[in-house]
Design a protein around this ligand. Structure first.
Ligand SMILES: Nc1ncnc2c1ncn2[C@@H]1O[C@H](COP(=O)(O)OP(=O)(O)OP(=O)(O)O)[C@@H](O)[C@H]1O
Ligand SMILES: [Mg+2]
Length: 596
């Protein structure tokens, strides 16, 4: 029961509160046992008494005692509720924090095969089931245990025979309960899975609503949703079939016991073998057992749900962090800047372990130089730069910066030093400004202004209603493709990286804007490096346009995961390789455009 063990670890943190809560709960229950006993004493007194010899003072005493007992009970009840329910909320809080923290560290690959809706559903629906189990469930466990044992002891004390008789139907029920509980857990797990599916579907549907409406797929989506929702209700009904049977079954059992006691116990009172007071008290305790008996069913329900849900949360929590800092870090923690050549040595890489996406790549990118990566779609350009960022891990000893295997450079230092513009940049639903300064702490207005100009964004920003403080909608939906790319470029350069990676970062810009922005960046970077202590900046540029690529100090052409040729623009156009072919094609098509 790993799920239970883990929950225990979370709860242990609040052990003093837990103990206080349990004590308050036990006291509440204990006080609840007093009234039937006091009533027993009162009835026995009334039976014996006659109006001449006996006063009514003892009756007043019993009444006062009963009132005090229930009054105190109210106080203790307040405390256990406060503590025990409080703990379940706190454990929920801790679990939610840990879950989010864990997600932050999981690597890209995980999010590629896990749906967001599923991750969210576990953080909400499942977490709620765990909390209910911890809060109400734990109370019921203690409550049931305390009330049952004490009631039983008192009942045995009054009449062992009657106790035995009243327990007969209950023994039967416990067998049924045990048989049902596994079934409940399985059915609940299936319900939660279905909820995950629905969340995933809705999440994807909303994210892709533009495509759905553009392709007039609303009706289909609605049907798909209806189907999933129908499956959910069916699964829920399956669950209710069992869990719904528990409560009536339990209450019925205690009813049976009451009938047996009424009959057999009543006979004993008539025969004088049992006092009337004892008989009334016994019935009082038996009635008190009804709630814990019914609660057992409820508890089994809650606990099976809680365990099923905790397991689902653990499934995510147990996903290993795949990319992490090496034990033998080669860079001291004080050092925050990485510099030097980037060397790639016989790098072969595969995402799946089967087909190699990169094969035997050898490259040496000098510090402060720029490299263009050219090549057809799917030739492995993006993959190569992702490996340098350690978004995916390359084999050991295949990528080095300043002679150090990047796996031995702490991730924070490595990534802090790289400015990376993804092929499909992601923006947050925040202002343009916040999107640009994302990840940098000490930044001046002057820096921001300069960056905006470098990225060629100044004219766009002037047009926006609130300038740079315009909120850009989820994922930047209110920006054009080219604007999004330039915001992403600004975000990468404002952090003054040592290595700048631009993965097709200009694809949505027209040729002249692309040229302008790129030369802007290159000359500003040169100024920056000569004026500051950070030294030379290495640039890796992935582009499909020769006009931009040729600006780089070196060009590497990739073909099917291999480096087909390397050289400067001038060297490569003289060869009759792939670069030469791309060059010719682009020159001719540009000539056509001009002629038109
Ligand atoms: N996360 C991934 N899991 C599995 N395969 C992947 C993954 N990412 C890319 N690939 C595959 O790796 C190959 C190289 O992809 P990559 O994105 O590196 O190409 P690219 O040269 O950047 O292409 P483009 O010019 O279209 O951006 C492709 O065949 C692609 O299908
Ligand atoms: Mg790519």
């Amino acid at each position: 029961m790993d799920a239970l063990k883990n929950l225990y670890t979370y709860t242990r943190k609040y052990k003093y509160e837990l103990i206080a809560g349990i004590i308050a709960l036990i006291l509440t229950d204990a006080l609840g046992l007093l009234p039937p006993w006091l009533i027993k004493l009162a009835i026995d007194y009334i039976k014996k008494a006659d109006s001449q010899t006996h006063s009514i003072n003892p009756l007043i005493k019993y009444s006062v005692l009963i009132v005090s007992a229930v009054g105190l009970q109210a106080v203790f009840r307040y405390y256990w509720r406060k503590h025990l329910f409080g703990i379940s909320r706190k454990v929920e809080y801790d679990l939610r924090n840990d879950y989010f923290k864990h997600l932050q560290r999981l690597h890209w690959g995980f999010f590629q095969h896990t749906k967001t809706g599923d991750i969210m559903s576990r953080a909400t629906n499942d977490l709620q089931a765990v909390r209910e189990f911890l809060g109400i469930g734990s109370v019921i466990i203690v409550d049931t245990a305390v009330i049952m044992t004490t009631c039983l002891i008192l009942m045995i004390f009054i009449s062992p025979k009657l106790t035995g008789i009243s327990l007969l139907p209950m023994a039967l029920v416990s067998i049924i309960v045990l048989k049902f509980s596994r079934e409940i857990r399985q059915r609940f797990e299936s319900v939660q899975k279905q909820l995950s599916e629905i969340s995933s579907m809705v999440h994807e549907n909303i994210a892709g609503i533009r495509v759905i409406q553009a392709y007039v797929q609303e009706e289909n989506e609605l049907n798909r949703f209806k189907k999933l929702n129908e499956q959910l209700i069916n699964k829920n009904l399956e669950l209710t079939k069992i869990s719904g049977a528990f409560f009536p079954l339990m209450v019925f059992t205690t009813g049976l016991a009451t009938a047996l006691v009424l009959w057999i116990g009543g006979r004993e009172v008539i025969r004088g073998q049992l006092t009337l007071g004892s008989y009334v008290a016994f019935n009082g305790y038996l009635a008190m057992l009804t709630w814990p008996m019914a609660a057992i069913g409820f508890m089994i329900n809650l606990s099976q749900r809680g365990i099923a849900s905790m397991r689902r949360i653990e499934e995510i929590m147990n996903v290993k962090q795949e990319i992490y800092d090496s034990q033998q870090s080669a860079v001291s923690s004080q050092q925050s800047v990485i510099k030097g050549n980037i060397e790639i040595k016989s790098l072969t890489f595969s995402y799946t372990g089967k087909n190699n996406v990169l094969s035997d790549i050898n490259l040496n990118i000098k510090a402060g130089s720029s490299l263009s990566l050219a090549g057809a779609v799917g030739s492995g350009k993006s993959t190569l730069v992702k490996l340098i960022m350690r978004i995916y891990d390359a084999p050991d000893n295949s990528i080095f910066i300043n002679g150090v295997d990047i796996k031995r450079i702490p991730l924070k230092i490595l990534r802090d030093n790289i400015g990376y513009v993804e092929q499909e940049p992601f923006l947050f639903s925040d202002t343009i400004r916040e999107n640009i300064v994302f990840g940098v702490s000490d930044v001046t207005e002057n820096d921001i202004e300069k960056t905006v100009i470098m990225a060629g964004l100044e004219r766009d920003i002037e047009i926006f209603p609130h300038g740079i403080n315009t909120v850009i909608g989820e994922r930047g939906v209110t920006l054009s493709g080219g604007q999004k790319q330039r915001v992403a470029i600004a975000r990468a350069i404002i952090k003054k990286p040592k290595i700048l990676i631009l993965d097709d970062a200009f694809s949505n810009l027209d040729a002249s804007t692309e040229g302008r922005v790129f030369t802007n960046i290159m000359s500003s970077l040169k100024d920056m490096s000569s004026n500051s202590s950070i030294g030379d900046i290495t640039v890796i540029l992935i582009s499909h346009r020769i006009s931009t690529m040729k600006e780089a100090d070196m060009i590497a052409v990739m073909e099917n995961g291999r480096i087909a040729e390397t050289g400067t623009h001038e060297e490569l156009i003289l060869k009759s390789g792939l670069y030469n072919r791309i060059y010719k094609k682009q020159v001719f098509s540009e000539m056509e455009i001009v002629e038109e």
